[in-house]
Ligand binder design. Structure first.
Ligand SMILES: *Cc1c(COP(=O)(O)O)cnc(C)c1O
Length: 333
């Protein structure tokens, strides 16, 4: 089986496992594991923020940020089909007690325009109306097909949010892919965001771990909420060591992007309706998702279901030759 369901299927390689085995560790809940501390400092610097906190998953990172940003009943805005709205079981509502409201993609796939954001926020409201206090952006946008929000457009969205007094959280699960696709450092994509969540367990290949980052004061509070949610771990250095190796894999995402482009081009040649990818995610429109997945499986290829589409994700455990093999198998179908 060639597994293109997600970049989360990547397995730690020998170098990563060796670093995990050799990691210096302590009790991270009692007094900060040294390798955790090193990872947190490294990521904070990469993202251009004061501090960062390791969390077991991106979903936990996002919900911690939302819990700290949103008051009960506050409305938060996010692009339609963003992970915080569609793929976290409503935690933004039931744990953070916010009222999610999706923004349409009128600026391109996964991207609301600043004008749409401005009108969604609206002007002064009667006291009984929803209060909008948070904008949650997603770069790259997963469900839209790994689409990139460029820094100038992102800056305009942030400016509209700030002008209206909103806090900005960036779900940067795949910020590394956006950074590589644009050829700019990750820190250039976090400017103006109050908090950021990034994943180490996707294209970068760590088995576990995400980071939630922002001001030192935010991270102090985030550490408390993480413990509240059961996310404080003890000898976390074993996992942080994997994270440190994962960060060395950022540049290699360019290969995943090239593989995704080759896959989309090949699929198009075979008559599929596949959009040209900006990063590592290819979404192909299909008339019957279940049928398409079954046919793929028959050919030894795993895809992932989205409404009306199959998603294919290029990742470090799939080579350029594997992509050629996928296309060869589908040609035979
Ligand atoms: C994967 C992902 C997350 C977090 O996922 P976890 O499985 O909880 O680590 C958050 N946001 C986006 C956009 C993602 O793709």
């Amino acid at each position: 089986m060639i597994d293109l369901r997600s970049d989360t299927v990547t397995k730690p390689d020998d170098r990563m496992r060796a670093a995990m085995a050799a990691a210096e560790v302590g009790d991270d809940v009692l007094d900060h594991d040294p390798t955790m501390a090193k990872l947190e400092e490294t990521v904070a610097e990469l993202l251009g923020v004061e501090a960062a906190l390791w969390v077991p998953s991106g979903s936990m990172g996002n919900v911690i940020a939302l819990m700290l940003h949103v008051k009960r009943g506050d409305r938060f805005l996010a692009p339609a089909a963003s992970h915080v709205i569609s793929s976290e079981l409503g935690a933004g509502a039931w744990l953070a007690e916010g009222m999610p409201d999706p923004l349409p993609w009128d600026g391109g796939p996964g991207r609301p325009t600043p004008e749409t954001l401005r009108s969604a926020i609206g002007g002064p409201q009667p006291y009984f109306n929803l209060k909008t206090t948070l904008l949650c952006l997603e770069n790259t946008h997963n469900a839209a097909g790994g689409t990139v929000t460029p820094p100038d457009e992102y800056a305009r969205l942030v400016a509209v949010a700030k002008e209206a007094g909103l806090t900005v959280h960036l779900d940067g699960a795949r910020i590394w892919n956006a950074s590589v696709a644009l050829g700019i450092p990750p820190a250039a994509l976090t400017v103006g965001a109050d908090t950021v969540q990034v994943c180490l367990s996707k294209g970068l290949g760590a088995p576990v771990g995400s980071m939630v980052a922002g001001s030192a004061a935010f991270v102090t509070e985030a550490r408390r909420v993480r413990k509240m949610l059961g996310g404080g771990v003890r000898q976390g250095g074993v996992l942080a060591a994997a994270g440190l190796v994962a960060l060395e894999n950022i540049d290699s995402l360019a290969q995943d992007h090239a593989n995704a482009r080759a896959l989309a081009a090949g699929l198009t040649e075979l008559g599929w309706d596949a959009a040209e990818p900006q990063t590592n995610i290819v979404v192909a429109g299909v008339p019957d998702v279940d049928l398409a997945l079954a046919q793929l499986r028959q050919a030894g290829v795993l895809g992932y279901p989205l409404p009306g589409h199959v998603r294919f994700v290029a990742h470090r455990d799939v080579s350029a030759d594997d992509i050629t093999e996928v296309l060869r198998r589908l040609e035979k179908e």
